[in-house]
Write a protein that binds this ligand. Structure first.
Ligand code: NAD
Length: 369
């Protein structure tokens, strides 16, 4: 039986509540003898600051480095608004991304048929939507130097951010996108602004080279990032995998995400480079949403984003794609049955709690086993 080490970091607020549903799901997998998941749990974010004075402890970082996957809930909340900047809850998340070298952020946008009417777009445009945005996460304009505001001394200031990419950074993210496209509908759209940015010229040049050298079985398409934003709301089903840089990925993935309805439905994965010896990638899985202080402690948070994030771990870290498919189908069935948490509630449906939603999904999964 395959054995995997998971570090579970529920974090703050509803992170704790939604992660409890993943823990119960993991217990089910273990109990059924489908896989052996060994779970360590630790603190991150505000709860870690309260306990250790840091947003994540060195011990938790060591566990993260040794794990097959990190399951991350959410961090933050008004309680920690005044803590020093470098110790703020989000610092734990950024440290994990940086130290684990998680350069590839995967954000699927899947529209469940039962929720198609909740989208801002017409049902026919989004029903059955299944696209994947692959965003470069550790480079580009958010990290490039110089990054500064300079006082020019004449009553003016000058702000600089630097958009910078090297060949290897583009190669590795395009490879991730092409590998993923191979398991899907075999199409990659690479998006940049090569019409006005040098980094875009290099991005496209390198992306084309990687494609023609290593992935000629995949359809490659280039699209300017502004057009890509427009096409995502005009005709989103034309896409399969979109690969893009940190800045454009940040925006395009939020656009794509909102095609599908609520924040409580959106999973994500972040992957590092494959280990030279084992081929294993460092990885972290987390819902897109935050700690939702406004609904914390009420038992009404939607656990689907976090459960679907565990589904991505099954697919990308544990080689259990069949189980990932079954879990996705279980989520779709529960929605078809009319069960809804409050954030996705529609008239005529049955409102359920976080735990009831988690239990219903587990029961559907068990029924398909
Ligand atoms: P948020 O995502 O926590 O909440 C935004 C809105 O969506 C709220 O009304 C909330 O109730 C609702 N919502 C979010 N997830 C939901 C779920 N699973 N089920 C039902 N409703 C859900 O964003 P925010 O309010 O801007 O931020 C709150 C805190 O979370 C802040 O401290 C922020 O810094 C932090 N944050 C953390 C992360 C992260 O940990 N990755 C991401 C975003 C925000």
């Amino acid at each position: 039986m395959p054995t995997f080490n998971i570090l579970m970091l529920p974090g703050d607020g509803i992170g704790v509540e939604v992660m409890a549903e993943v823990q119960t799901l993991i217990d089910w997998f273990n109990h059924q003898g489908i896989a052996r998941f060994e779970v360590e749990q630790d603190l991150v974010g505000g709860s870690a600051y309260d306990a250790y004075g840091e947003a994540i402890s060195e011990a938790a970082m060591d566990l993260a480095q040794a794990s097959d996957a990190v399951m991350f809930g959410a961090v933050g909340g008004p309680k920690w608004d005044a803590v020093p900047y470098e110790k703020r809850p989000e610092a734990g998340l950024l440290r994990l991304r940086k130290d684990l070298g998680l350069f590839a952020n995967l954000r699927p946008a899947i529209c469940y048929g039962a929720l198609a009417d909740a989208s801002a777009l017409k049902r026919e445009l989004v029903e059955g939507l299944d696209i994947l945005i692959v965003r470069e996460l550790t480079g580009g304009v958010y990290f490039g130097e110089p990054k500064e505001i300079v006082d020019l001394g004449n009553g003016q200031k000058r702000a600089v951010d630097t958009q910078v990419y090297q060949t290897f950074e583009i190669e590795r993210i395009v490879r991730v996108a092409c590998e993923l496209a191979r398991t899907r509908r075999k199409k990659v759209t690479s998006s940049d602004k090569k019409n006005v940015m040098k980094s875009g010229v290099l991005w496209d040049e390198v992306a084309r080279q990687v494609h023609s050298r290593e992935y000629s079985d995949i359809t490659y398409e280039h699209m300017l990032a502004d057009n890509c934003g427009m096409q995502l709301v005009r005709q989103p089903k034309q896409f399969d995998v979109i690969v893009t840089d940190n800045l454009f990925g940040d925006m395009l993935s939020d656009v794509a995400a909102m095609l599908t309805g609520s924040l409580g439905m959106l999973p994500s994965a972040s992957l590092g480079a494959p280990d030279e010896k084992t081929g294993r990638r460092k990885s972290m899985y987390e819902p897109v949403h935050g700690s939702a202080p406004d609904i914390t402690g009420q038992g009404i948070a939607n656990p689907i984003a976090t459960i679907a994030s565990f589904g991505m771990a099954l697919r990308y870290s544990f080689g259990m794609g069949e189980w990932a498919d079954k879990l996705d189908q279980a989520i779709a069935k529960v929605l078809d049955q009319g069960l809804r948490t409050r954030d996705i509630m529609q008239s005529g449906m049955r409102e359920v709690s976080t735990t009831e939603m988690g239990t219903a999904i587990r029961q559907e999964l068990a029924a398909s086993a």
